[in-house]
Design a protein around this ligand. Structure first.
Ligand SMILES: Nc1ncnc2c1ncn2[C@@H]1O[C@H](COP(=O)(O)OP(=O)(O)OP(=O)(O)O)[C@@H](O)[C@H]1O
Ligand SMILES: [Mg+2]
Length: 271
């Protein structure tokens, strides 16, 4: 081999080596950048989940406060007015149209008291804190039945041990949104709400025999109610599966642990 061809071969080797080196380097850089982008995306999602947890629990606290104020302040004042009216009526022997007016005012106070109680219970049912999840879900199902006329049944299929308050609230709100969806969209004639303990987890099903829906709606950006069902389940350490198909009704199935601290709660405990 002539010295010239040795030089050419060496040069070719060097160029190939440099090109391969550059190629490997740029591939490594691309992998590194991709990893960085994925890590940043993960962090953004985590921050958003944390923010949504905080928002949800602040909303829950606020609803509790408004419910208490409405019930105690407004409800209490209405009761006082009712008794003052009675006192006045007994001391002035009213008759005819005046007596009729007294009666109308009493009826008005009674119906307003009922409205205050209803709004307060919808915001945060006292029954949930006083009697627990099963009683609250039974009450909610019966209220739904009264309001919509749809044949709704609640079944408690097993006894439940004590449950964390945030889990109880989460399950209650998921059933609430599911029933609201049925009332608004399903055109159902029958609804089943089932609650039981399965493998040490709370299992809840809300099943309707209505018109069902296209599964594509689960990913639709406007489907905030369906998203909030899944998000609330995640916040209490559980999962919610929403299953529906046109003409075949809808089923929301929730599995969640009895005790769960959300990421933001666990963080608050440390600080
Ligand atoms: N049980 C159901 N039966 C039939 N269709 C349903 C049912 N639940 C949800 N849907 C369909 O899914 C869509 C999205 O529901 P989602 O709860 O996310 O939103 P929404 O009820 O329309 O509004 P909101 O944000 O107030 O809840 C509804 O508009 C409806 O078409
Ligand atoms: Mg909805």
């Amino acid at each position: 081999m002539s010295p010239d061809s040795t030089v050419i071969i060496l040069a070719a080797f060097s160029v190939t080596f440099v090109v391969l080196g550059l190629f490997t380097f740029s591939v490594l850089m691309m992998i590194r950048n991709h990893k960085k982008v994925v890590a940043a995306q993960r962090e953004r999602i985590r921050q958003m989940q944390l923010f949504s947890e905080k928002l949800q629990s602040a909303r829950e606290e606020e609803q509790k406060r408004i419910a208490r104020e409405l019930h105690d302040e407004l409800g209490g004042t209405l009761t006082s007015i009712k008794y003052d009216l009675l006192w006045l009526e007994q001391r002035t022997s009213v008759q005819g149209e005046v007596a009729q007016r007294f009666q109308i005012m009493r009826d008005l106070i009674d119906s307003t008291t009922k409205v205050v109680q209803r709004i307060s219970a919808e915001l945060r049912p006292k029954i949930l804190d006083s009697f627990g999840l099963a009683v609250a879900l039974e009450w909610q199902t019966n209220e739904f039945k009264k309001r919509t006329g749809v044949d709704a049944n609640f079944q408690k299929l097993s006894e439940l041990p004590p449950i964390d308050e945030n889990v109880t609230t989460g399950v209650y709100r998921i059933v609430q949104e599911s029933l609201t969806n049925i009332a608004r969209h399903a055109q159902a004639t029958s609804v089943e709400v089932k609650l039981e303990l399965q493998n040490d987890m709370i299992h809840v099903e809300i099943i309707d025999n209505g018109k069902g829906f296209d599964k594509a709606l689960l990913q639709h950006p406007d489907s905030l109610g369906l998203l909030s069902i899944r998000e609330r389940a995640r916040m209490i350490g559980g999962t919610a599966v929403i299953d529906g198909s046109p003409g075949k009704g809808t089923k929301v199935a929730l599995d969640t642990p009895l005790h769960y601290k959300s990421f933001s709660q666990a963080k608050d405990d440390l600080t």
